[in-house]
Design a binder for this molecule. Structure first.
Ligand code: AMP
Length: 525
């Protein structure tokens, strides 16, 4: 049987699992860890991945890439990239393909690395652990992605896997993978709701499971909500209290802020078990020649107060997904949890209040997605499971509305069952290019706030020609655009010369073109 592993490529941690029978097992690292921190550090020509990279985050924050999953494959000018780049300790720049990339310092200068290469380094490390553990080469992988991931980000994951020498058998949405981990091999006829709150992303999916068939009815969530937002709230609170007690601020020192953020995450995790905890950090500042420590007490209740609105946001997303599936709380047979942040008791309590019964516990929420991906990998070789997923974010093109404003008009709706095909009539502008967008989960239709998917160039058409295009999205969420029977190449970026259409941001002239250099040499191409 082919050796196909499941990989949960997470914002915070990445892990892999393998199923040769019904029970999937997590593949450990050479140090015996189940989780590999999704951190890659490049310093002095040396690439470090996982735990050792995380350990040097405090020493070399600008050379240590964390949280890149939210940016992977997104155009540099996308609103999410512009917002998130301010929160990161490493520099986000525009890469060669117009997507977000990382500029890291190297001897006397800097070098730009594509984020697909950074993810590839991580994936290759995971493949090495798997090969060492399984005693032979890995033939392929099923990789999980957030349900809300735009098509561009899915494509970027495929590129990263290819660069790492991994054959992707399928991408699976994270909440769908969690449902597979619960339902494969179990003869159930149920409706499940998966609440998946990981380090950086929040997904909700409702599925119907019936004798080996898994059908996603609706999916949604919040691409900008995750465990890290809980850490930031607690970190801010600790920094404020330190300032109040000592009359000095440490916010100007990025290393201290990072230390407090780490301590806040640990305290947050402790408060899932305990009612109270102490945060102690020696020597965070000097005052009149004397070292000052940070020593603060926090309670579970304080953490809940600081993060109430985040839990409320997640809860509203649950309501909206249920509404789209045309279901009520009572229709759901089981609420499944995935993602480490769901260990927070306040989240269980909130779900229990909403659904009138506690969410299902039992499977480790950190491991359930990798396990589901591994089970899917196994069943792809045996064809024992049918999986029908949906389009998580609508696809649209720009049209002029009644008031003359440019708006992205949906042509493929959210939660459409995949595969799906639609025919649309468009009129080309001077550029003869038609751009496609994915609308964010907020139903925003302003093109500047939507995610550009790229555009097709109608080279043999004249400006003003009416054209009939066919858009197809396959079962694995891959987009194809055709003019008649001709498949058109999707070009990155967005139109710059069409009357009234948006201009893409200028490339930073200082940014060197990304090179395959250091990273390229490491890959099994
Ligand atoms: P994941 O992306 O699923 O690995 O989830 C990682 C997130 O889960 C991080 O934000 C962690 O801080 C958070 N997390 C892990 N364990 C706990 C815990 N015991 N209580 C609260 N959050 C946790």
């Amino acid at each position: 049987m082919a050796r196909v592993i499941g990989i949960d490529l997470g914002t915070t941690n990445t892990l892999a699992a393998w199923a040769d029978g019904r029970v999937p097992r997590i593949i450990p690292t050479e140090r015996g860890h189940n989780l590999v921190p999704s951190v890659v550090a490049i310093t002095g020509g040396r690439i470090v991945v996982g735990h050792p990279a995380r350990e040097q985050l405090l020493i070399h924050p600008a050379s240590t890439i964390t949280g890149s999953k939210r940016l992977l494959g997104r155009p540099f000018g996308s609103p999410i990239v512009q917002r998130l780049k301010r929160k990161l300790a490493w520099e986000v720049v525009e890469g060669a393909q117009g997507t977000a990339a990382a500029r890291l310092p190297n001897e006397g200068g800097s070098e730009v690395h594509e984020l697909t290469d950074i993810s590839a380094v991580l994936l290759q490390q995971i493949a090495r652990y798997a090969e060492a553990h399984l005693g032979g080469p890995v033939d392929g992988a099923v990789i999980s992605v957030p349900a809300y991931y735009p098509l561009t980000q899915r494509e970027a994951v495929r590129t990263a896997a290819r660069t790492a020498g991994l054959d992707v058998w399928r991408l699976v949405n994270e909440p769908t993978a969690a449902a597979l981990a619960y339902g494969i091999g179990r003869s159930v006829n149920q409706k499940l709701l998966v609440f998946d709150l990981g380090g950086g992303t929040f997904d909700v999916s409702v599925l119907k499971v019936h004798s080996g068939t898994f059908q996603v009815l609706a999916t949604g969530g919040d691409g900008a909500l995750g465990g890290v937002d809980f850490d930031i709230r607690l970190c801010d609170h600790l920094l404020d209290r330190f300032e109040q007690e000592n009359g000095i601020s440490v916010r100007d020192d990025p290393v201290v802020v990072q230390r407090v953020l780490f301590a806040a995450e640990t305290a947050k995790q402790d408060l899932s078990l305990l009612q109270h905890t102490e945060v102690r950090l020696p020597f965070v500042r000097e005052k009149r020649g004397r070292p000052i420590d940070l020593a603060l007490h926090v309670s579970r209740m304080q953490l809940v107060k600081l993060t109430e609105d985040l839990i409320e946001r997640a809860s509203r997303a649950v309501d909206s997904v249920l509404e789209q599936a045309g279901l009520s709380y009572r229709d759901i047979d089981e609420v499944l949890l995935a993602g480490g942040q769901t260990r927070m008791p306040a989240i269980h309590q909130r779900l229990e209040r909403q659904f009138g019964r506690p969410p299902r516990r039992g499977v480790n929420p950190d491991e359930v997605v990798a396990q589901g991906a591994a089970l899917l990998a196994r069943s792809l070789s045996t064809s024992s499971v049918q999986l029908y997923d949906v389009l998580s974010l609508p696809v649209g093109i720009v049209a002029v509305d009644k008031l003359g404003a440019l708006r992205v008009q949906t042509v493929l709706p959210r939660n459409a069952q995949l595969p799906i095909e639609v025919t649309i009539d468009v009129v080309t502008g001077p550029s003869r290019r038609v751009d496609l967008y994915q609308l964010p989960s907020t139903d925003e239709t302003d093109p500047a706030l939507c995610e550009p998917l790229g555009g097709v160039l109608l080279v043999d058409r004249k400006p003003g020609d009416p054209v009939r295009l066919t858009l197809r999205i396959d079962a694995d969420a891959r987009l194809q655009v055709r003019d008649g029977s001709r498949v058109l190449e999707l070009r990155a970026g967005r139109v710059v010369d069409d009357g009234g259409l948006l201009k893409s941001p200028k490339t930073d002239p200082r940014a060197p073109v990304a090179t395959a250099g250091l990273l390229g040499r490491l890959f099994r191409r």
